[in-house]
Ligand binder design. Structure first.
Ligand code: NAD
Length: 492
């Protein structure tokens, strides 16, 4: 049965909203309605609304990219409802969430107007976002907001017709100030260390280009809480749509699949109020950065570590990579020897227990996460998930053999063929450049490190350059499996 408000009651095999979606009122505009948002923030809110609380905090989706129109059309056809299926080895279950009540995109004037009406309304007290790591216009060399990026320059020249999320936020804040409406809180939920600070840099940095005084006002008056978010959420394909239809009887154009685990730690910095998310499992903490560093280094770093050897060995699913004894042991040794030592203590957490939990989550055979998804966008992910750990160790003179191997596998992957000679389809926004560089690096590994926007000053560390070069040479000479064996035997 096609999912809609009218058919909602007819779905027998799924959990349904314990509230009437028609009674919700908007409170949050969310940019980047991808799968993760619908598996995470929207689910927490759905839980909260289900307790009969805070019905004036419903979500309004917002999109600035062409591809968002497709998602908007699909969700609109099903009254903004989403089927969320969580899959574990032992059982899976489905629920329909109804926390979103509208979705606007800026591809038409009408959509743009509707979005600005929401963004300037006093009802909207939070603007949140999951726009991917690459969405923040960070200049990889300086690690600061890139004011010279053409999109940003365009928005600073045309502040009344912005095309980026940050341009829209600046325009809305300016109008709110003019109209005497309190500013909203801006909450990033992307996987970036210090995501609140990074977002503030982008919003304030952009405002500064056209109106430095207003930029100062934003710094002084708008809150940008940091957050750590976690729930493994693969992309949706035919397999997922089929399971939703056949196992759960829901014809959903874009269901979301995820693991059952979820975690959200947020700084409690919401001057214009917030939903009572602490009642549904969200941790409000002043130590978000500790949780964040743990997650980014161990979980996201771990994903990066298994992704490329998995890809090079033609492995399709993440759990299949975890069934490969060399890959699983590589992850364990790398995490224990080189990652955990660079993770400062986290409240109420034993780091090795966290490592074991991650190992179990990666091995979940039901979730259907793919190696290709983990391999995506290494050019944005390596500098966030792997290289900062490397820099910390290099600064202390600690060995980086296992971490250098992560980036060497990535480089080998970007050559564009697997160990068996199979072709790898483009899997990065900068794919052509990466392939070109990977080809040069085959004979001269340090060429890879010359991508200064990615490696920064690491190229000039002899210890790192040496570890990376010998790892890449080893992979080319002996292949992925033998390289892993030698690493595990302590011979590289
Ligand atoms: P997705 O591809 O399903 O959705 C990405 C969304 O971001 C889309 O709505 C897209 O239009 C938007 N977007 C991309 N680039 C943008 C830009 N430059 N400006 C504005 N919008 C942009 O991906 P997803 O699974 O929803 O993941 C999104 C982000 O969520 C990740 O990059 C990560 O930071 C965070 N996250 C994801 C997971 C996960 O397991 N999927 C887990 C934790 C955190």
């Amino acid at each position: 049965t096609k999912l809609s408000h009218a058919t909602l009651k007819s779905f027998a095999k799924v959990h349904k909203p314990a509230y009437d979606p028609a009674e919700l009122k908007p409170g949050i505009v969310h940019f980047g309605v991808g799968n993760f948002h619908r598996a995470h923030q929207a689910v927490y809110l759905d839980d909260l609304f289900g307790l009969g609380l805070d019905h004036d905090w419903a979500l309004v989706g917002a999109g600035v990219r062409e591809s968002d129109d497709r998602m908007r059309d699909i969700l609109k056809a099903q009254d903004w409802l989403t089927t969320v299926v969580d899959q574990e080895a032992e059982h899976s279950q489905a629920r329909i969430t109804a926390a979103m009540i509208d979705y606007v995109t800026i591809s038409t004037d009408e959509g743009r107007k509707a979005l600005m009406a929401y963004l300037t309304s006093p009802d909207i007290r939070i603007v949140s976002m999951t726009i991917t790591e690459g969405g923040y216009y960070i200049d990889p060399a300086s690690q600061h907001f890139d004011t010279a990026h053409p999109d940003i320059v365009a928005d600073s020249v045309n502040p009344d017709k912005p095309e980026t999320v940050f341009g829209l936020i600046v325009q809305a804040l300016r109008l709110r100030k003019l109209q005497g409406v309190e500013p909203f809180t801006v909450m990033s939920c992307d996987n970036i260390p210090g995501n609140g600070h990074v977002t503030e840099d982008a919003v304030v940095g952009l405002a500064k280009l056209s109106d430095p005084e207003f930029a100062d006002w934003i710094s002084a008056n708008v809150a940008f809480p940091n957050s750590m978010v976690d729930r493994i959420t693969p992309a949706t394909g035919a397999r997922e749509r089929e399971i939703a239809a056949q196992e759960f009887g829901v014809d959903d154009g874009w269901p979301v699949f995820c693991e059952s685990f979820k975690q959200w730690v947020v700084e409690d910095n919401f001057p214009n109020g917030r939903p009572a998310l602490h009642k549904v499992g969200v941790t409000f903490s002043s130590e978000v950065s500790a949780y964040e560093l743990m997650k980014i280094r161990i979980l996201n770093g771990g994903h990066a570590a298994i992704a490329y050897p998995g890809g090079l060995l033609d492995i399709h699913f993440v759990h299949e990579a975890m069934e490969h004894p060399l890959i699983r042991r590589y992850l364990e040794k790398l995490t224990k020897d080189e990652i955990i030592p660079e993770v400062p203590p986290v409240p109420n957490t034993v780091l090795d227990d966290y490592r074991v939990l991650i190992d179990k989550r990666f091995a979940n055979p039901s979730i259907g996460d793919t190696i290709r998804r983990l391999c995506l966008d290494g050019s944005n992910r390596q500098p966030k998930f792997i290289l900062p750990t490397v820099s910390d160790r290099v600064a202390k003179g600690e060995p980086v053999t296992g971490l250098a191997l992560v980036s060497a596998f990535w480089c080998r992957y970007c050559f564009g063929t697997t160990d068996s000679g199979a072709l790898i389809e483009p899997n990065d926004p900068s794919w052509d450049r990466l392939v070109k560089q990977a080809k040069l690096a085959r004979d001269n590994p340090v060429k890879w490190l010359e991508m200064e926007d990615i490696f920064g000053t690491l190229a000039s560390s002899p210890a790192y350059a040496e570890a990376f070069s010998s790892a890449l040479r080893r992979i080319w000479q002996d292949g992925t499996e033998k390289t892993l064996q030698l690493y595990l035997a302590g011979e590289t």
